[in-house]
Design a protein around this ligand. Structure first.
Ligand SMILES: CC(=O)SCCNC(=O)CCNC(=O)[C@H](O)C(C)(C)COP(=O)(O)OP(=O)(O)OC[C@H]1O[C@@H](n2cnc3c(N)ncnc32)[C@H](O)[C@@H]1OP(=O)(O)O
Ligand SMILES: CC(=O)C(=O)O
Length: 524
């Protein structure tokens, strides 16, 4: 199978997404990751747009990339000037990239309305901008903006614009579904027609407005396209660009195209998450191939089958893209879920052991009360170990009291908690203040335990989520609290449920502390 060139535009079209903006340093770090992943071209930005993008092209020269080529993006020249005098083309050349990509108009409607010039003048813009760039830059790509809409409106003119790019010796002509409205079944006939007129290698650049960006890209490859543009995680203008993570995995694992090495493909999830991290966005758990839920099995029937053979409910082996199989526990679980979790936690449990059924019934009962263990595996492990009688009672709480007072309108509320903790035969009675009642309780619990277990100081709270369960009881509703705690070695999730938010938080805090002490004791 032919080599498909992967062209990443996360740093350009990706930053056209509403919530995304990268610092220059972040752009450089992402470029390095993309290079390690093995993409062939990295579009770094539009130097004619802003100083940050100019700085990127300066800075990227200082890092040594293993194999990726850096591309700069811009448009054809402005109508009222010549290529030599056009500011945008000048900045593209001054950026000294390995490749330049410029977009031009294909759709006669855009030529009329957006550029307000004649069709003939637009053909000249395309031709002389590309021909000029070819004299200065090693590789020049042409993005035929709105190609599919333009072709549907006026096929002859759309093909003429591509011919102008071909005549100017563009190295690749990229057909863009700029508005993202094209559907996969439309592509084969259009591509067959294009290939009758154009011998220059063809590329594809799609947007996801009809949720078909990846499908359109794959269909295009199936019909002879050799260069695929997209962004990591599908970041991009409006609904986003074609998600390169999905494209790479499908091309390589399902369509037989060697884009990356096997080892590089195994880093797909890591790179996807790295880009989320630098974009300051929470990863989409349901993202194909690389998401947390992509190989997470919840239904008991599924879990039972994957334990017999993973392919029964997994379309690829998750480790091929650096992901892992996960088994979830919920009220949709059967014994297989419990047994799979026991194995994960190194707990010996037999399917015929009555405790297995007891644990399963307990989970279903707790889920019915509002508990959820998918984000609270530490609470679930404690539940299992408690059912088996195999967890040490590091401490017990005799009681707690939380006071939250605001004595007059302008005063900041004051929160204080007292707890009584018993460890062995000793009772510790402590009080602590906090920013709000939960924080005060957290502080008091830790303070009480620290004299017995100094390692509690290392524990940090990373996330605190409260969900009001829909009972229709207003402020008397049941709340579920999910905590994410951690130390220098790991992170763990715990859960509490109550019609009293402080009690729900208390349960999750106590589980978090118990789990920390349990894991530290195991390590010792
Ligand atoms: C499909 C895509 O995603 S293309 C990429 C879109 N990305 C961006 O626009 C982000 C970066 N853009 C920018 O920073 C700015 O828009 C700039 C610096 C490029 C241009 O800024 P301005 O000069 O103020 O123009 P403005 O943003 O209003 O854009 C309209 C101008 O672009 C021109 N233009 C649009 N497309 C093209 C094209 N393919 N070739 C030549 N000129 C074009 C229009 O004719 C118009 O020029 P005019 O005002 O002289 O008639
Ligand atoms: C070039 C480009 O980004 C587009 O047509 O969507």
């Amino acid at each position: 199978m032919s080599l498909i060139h992967l062209y990443d535009t996360t740093l350009r079209d990706g930053t056209q997404a509403e919530e995304i903006s990268f610092l220059v340093a972040d752009k450089i770090r992402i470029a390095q990751k993309l290079d390690e992943l093995g993409v062939h071209y990295i579009e770094g930005g539009w130097p004619g747009s802003n100083p940050k993008d100019i700085a990127f092209f300066k800075e990227v020269k200082k890092v040594s990339l293993k194999q990726a080529k850096i591309a700069a993006f811009g448009s054809t020249r402005r109508a009222k000037t010549t290529p030599e005098k056009d500011n945008n083309l000048r900045t593209l050349i001054e950026a000294e990239p390995d490749a330049v990509t410029i977009f031009g108009k294909t759709w006669d409607f855009h030529v009329r309305e957006a550029l307000r010039i004649s069709g003939e003048a637009n053909l000249e813009l395309i031709y002389d901008s590309l021909a000029y760039l070819k004299q200065h830059v090693a590789e020049v790509f042409y993005d035929a903006e709105h190609f599919f809409d333009g072709y549907k409106a006026n096929p002859e003119y759309a093909i003429d614009t591509l011919k102008a790019a071909q005549q100017a010796q563009a190295d690749c002509i990229v057909l863009c579904d700029t508005n993202g409205g094209t559907l996969p079944h439309e592509l084969p006939a259009i591509l067959t027609e294009v290939k009758k007129h154009i011998q220059t290698p063809l590329g594809i650049h799609t947007h996801n407005d009809s949720e078909c960006a990846v499908a359109n890209s794959l269909m295009a490859v199936e019909h002879g396209i050799v260069h695929v543009q997209g962004t990591l995680n599908g970041f991009g203008e409006r609904c986003g660009n074609a998600n390169l993570c999905s494209i790479i995995a499908s091309l390589q694992l399902k369509m037989g195209h060697q884009c990356l090495t096997e080892k590089q493909l195994q880093r797909l999830r890591e790179v996807s998450r790295y880009v989320y991290e630098l974009a300051n966005l929470v990863p989409n758990p349901h993202q194909a191939y690389v998401g947390n839920s992509a190989f997470a099995h919840k239904g008991g029937v599924h879990v039972s089958a994957i334990q017999r053979h993973p392919e029964t409910y997994e379309h690829i082996r998750p480790e091929q893209v650096g992901n892992v199989t996960r088994v979830l526990v919920s009220d949709l679980s059967g014994r297989s879920n419990v047994l799979a979790k026991a194995e994960q936690f190194n707990i010996n449990l037999d399917s015929k052991d009555p405790v297995t059924m007891e644990i399963l019934e307990k989970i279903k009962d707790l889920e019915n009360k509002g508990y959820q263990f998918e984000g609270a595996e530490a609470s679930f492990e404690l539940l299992m170990r408690r059912a088996l009688g195999s967890v040490k009672q590091f401490f017990s709480i005799i009681g707690f009291r939380v006071i939250d007072s605001k004595r007059h309108g302008e005063e900041k509320p004051f929160s204080e908690a007292t707890v009584q903790v018993k460890v062995g035969g000793r009772i510790e009675h402590t009080a602590a203040e906090g920013s709000g009642p939960i924080n005060a309780l957290d502080n008091a619990l830790r303070k009480a335990l620290e004299s017995f277990y100094p390692q509690v100081k290392d524990m940090r709270l990373f996330d605190y989520k409260v969900r009001v369960l829909p009972t229709g009881k207003g402020t008397a509703s049941i709340t579920r609290v999910l905590l994410e705690s951690g130390d220098k070695n790991m992170r763990w999730g715990t859960v509490g449920v109550s019609d009293n938010i402080i009690d729900a938080s208390y349960q999750a805090l106590v589980d978090a502390l118990q789990y920390k002490l349990l894991k530290d004791a195991e390590d010792e």
